[in-house]
Write a protein that binds this ligand. Structure first.
Ligand code: MG
Length: 369
């Protein structure tokens, strides 16, 4: 449009900011946040990243050997889950998508439960310890869980509780009506919500360039009247810092905001996908250079917070932990097949009762001729 015309004037303008502390070579730039002085915190963050990667590898191996259903790997996106896990307080509520396992582990979800879930067992969504007890189960449907943050945020506001809800989704979800509806309501009611979008470059086989004509996801916040910003989602220090800032703004009455964590999905979309069919090897290779673990480990060693001996110990422990979770999952006795009817309705409708009875009478698949 012709903004030079005398009848046309600017009524609003927006800027997008991007935060990064550790570049891809693990070199620190800028003044690090206060928590970077806390050696134990830094070590705990690294340990969680490594444990999550070991878990992820084990889960994929279980699926590849026919012992787990379809699984969505978080390879390359571990820093985001770790940051959420460290930035949220115990009283806050987390509404996850399906690649933030690290955050769920930090909030008390046992690794076994995530495996149960992807093994098709409802009990894997019944989180029974720590802050995860008030969190939502991970959401596989794209974006349908985003408006639920409005309900949680509104409840906090009504009760005058200083609590925050963080809802995460992917770049693909930001094209959904659910996402826009939530963004549209959040600021109108000034709710304590942080929308975290993990932009991993792909929505299954659709690249970000075809997902939206917008150069960033962050700017979608402006349509709802809230702040939106980008962070290097492979930089765990930056991501935690930006999330903490957004969470505390929400907690102190400053309202909702949106954080776009720029990352890359190093694995296939899920184990039911083969990404080689739609993206080049060079792109993936280049993304490995931005690996969140690699850069953080380099910086941790250079800053004297981590040693080769620590690394050896952690690698062994992380592999053993993932293996123990796999064994606990494999040893869990299957639910009765009719349990599929038990969690959707408070009272089962009449027309489903006979189906439940029939399934119960047949017993588990393979148990009858
Ligand atoms: Mg994506």
């Amino acid at each position: 449009m012709d903004s030079n015309h005398s009848a046309t004037r600017r009524v609003a303008s927006f800027e997008i900011f991007y935060t990064q502390f550790l570049n891809q070579d693990g070199v620190a730039c800028g003044d690090l946040p206060a928590f970077a002085q806390d050696r134990e915190q830094l070590r705990a963050m690294y340990q969680l990243m490594v444990r999550t990667r070991a878990f992820d590898k084990k889960a994929v191996a279980l699926q590849r050997t026919g012992q787990l259903g379809t699984y969505a790997a978080c390879l390359g996106q571990e820093a985001i889950g770790v940051s959420i896990g460290h930035a949220l307080k115990a009283d806050d509520v987390f509404i996850p998508a399906y690649r933030e396992y690290a955050a769920q582990f930090a909030r008390g979800v046992p690794m076994r439960d995530i495996l149960l879930y992807w093994g098709g067992d409802e009990r894997g969504m019944n989180y029974e310890s720590g802050p995860s007890m008030q969190d939502f189960p991970l959401s596989v449907p794209i974006g349908t869980h985003v408006p639920q943050a409005i309900g949680v945020g509104y409840a906090f506001k009504l009760r005058k509780q200083p609590r925050v809800v963080l809802v995460s989704c992917g770049d693909g979800a930001t094209s959904k009506g659910d996402f826009y509806e939530a963004v549209s309501s959040a600021k109108v009611w000034n709710l304590p919500i942080v929308f975290l979008v993990s932009n991993n470059g792909w929505a299954i086989s659709l690249p970000f360039s075809r997902q939206t004509g917008a150069p960033t996801v962050a700017q979608k916040a402006f349509a709802g009247g809230m702040p939106g910003e980008q962070v290097d989602g492979n930089d765990v220090i930056a991501t935690r810092f930006v999330l903490e800032r957004a969470i505390e703004r929400a907690r102190s009455g400053g309202g909702p905001s949106l954080v776009e964590a720029v990352t890359y999905r190093l694995h296939d979309h899920t184990t039911a996908d083969d990404a080689r069919r739609y993206r080049g090897a060079e792109e993936v290779e280049a993304a490995w250079a931005r690996d969140p673990l690699k850069r953080y480990k380099i910086w941790m060693e250079a800053s004297g917070n981590w040693s080769a001996e620590d690394e050896d110990k952690l690698q062994l422990e992380a592999t053993a932990t993932a293996e123990a979770a796999a064994q606990a999952f494999l040893k869990t006795e299957s639910q009765a097949p009719e349990s599929i009817f038990d969690h959707l309705y408070a009272t089962l409708p009449k027309n489903l009762e006979w189906q439940r009875e029939e399934v119960a009478a047949r017993g588990p698949v393979g148990s009858h001729a």
